[in-house]
Design a protein. Structure first.
Length: 284
């Protein structure tokens, strides 16, 4: 009976997976062709399109930029997630815990296009941070208007959006830790930092796995924030924006190649985390 229920509840996931796999295979097929609006006949060209894309310096720059964006979100959002979750966890007022937990989820509830516009105002020289800096006598910065500062400025935006997500995962993990272990540590005169380092963090590996996997996936598919904030800009172009440009100009095979490369990177990075998490869950 339980097996039958499991099959029934897994049907939607199986259907979704089958549809996703179908389109992924079609995309893979088109990546081995020369399909574009300039060609009258679609021909199978093997790895020729892959070689052409991988030989482009702008693709390598875009891919490096995307991986740097992903690494920044992975490191900083996880660190901020642990920090924010710890601050909330050690609060004694339950109402404040609920309020702060909700606040960290608000950035995720805002459309990314709206987030980009809001931060565009924050970075504005006339109304934003620079306006405050000038009145305080501090040096101002050309945030998204500078070739060297535009990318870090946009990465800060995604960190603001996703660090709260990491915090919620870590907070959930902290709350699942045995209260007896924490009380015993307090009786031994252990402070919050020691409890965090010795008890909470070792029990938060699953939270780290889930948080890291989602942060990597979200970072690799970054599109809306750079597109709305800076448009088509070679200094902030991500792999998905690069793919979009190919598709928009009718180079469908080139776009398919870029998408397959991004998918492969995501699989290579995320699958080990998923397998490790499943292994821990089964052995628990």
């Amino acid at each position: 009976m339980k097996f039958q229920k499991s099959i029934i509840f897994s049907i939607p996931a199986l259907i979704f997976g089958a549809v996703l796999l179908y389109f992924l295979l079609w995309n893979l097929y088109f990546s081995f062709t020369n399909w574009s609006t300039s060609g009258l006949v679609i021909k199978f060209v093997g790895l020729q399109t892959y070689g052409k894309i991988l030989a482009r310096s702008d693709f390598i720059s875009t891919l490096s930029r995307t991986l740097l964006w992903t690494l920044g979100n992975f490191l900083v959002c996880n660190a901020l997630g642990v920090l924010f979750a710890s601050l909330i966890f050690f609060l004694k007022n339950q109402r404040l815990k609920t309020i702060y937990s909700s606040l960290f989820l608000y950035p995720l509830a805002i459309a990314l296009s709206a987030v980009a516009i809001i931060w565009d105002w924050i970075y504005s020289k006339s109304e934003g941070i620079d306006y405050i800096f000038r009145h305080l006598g501090l040096p101002s910065f050309s945030w998204i208007g500078s070739a060297s500062q535009a990318l870090p400025s946009l990465i800060i935006i995604t960190m603001w959006v996703y660090s709260g997500l990491a915090a919620i995962f870590y907070l959930a993990a902290f709350q699942n830790v045995s209260s007896e272990s924490i009380e015993s540590a307090k009786l031994d005169s252990a402070g919050p930092f020691r409890i965090l380092r010795k008890i909470l963090l070792p029990e938060s590996k699953n939270a780290f796995i889930v948080s890291s996997a989602l942060l990597i996936i979200f970072s690799l598919r970054t599109f809306t924030i750079p597109y709305v904030a800076t448009g088509i800009n070679p200094n902030t172009e991500t792999s998905v924006l690069y793919l979009f440009n190919f598709f928009d100009y009718g180079y469908y095979a080139d776009a398919a190649v870029v998408s397959i490369i991004v998918v492969v990177i995501a699989i290579v990075v995320v699958i080990p985390y998923a397998l490790f998490g499943i292994k821990r869950w089964i052995s628990a």
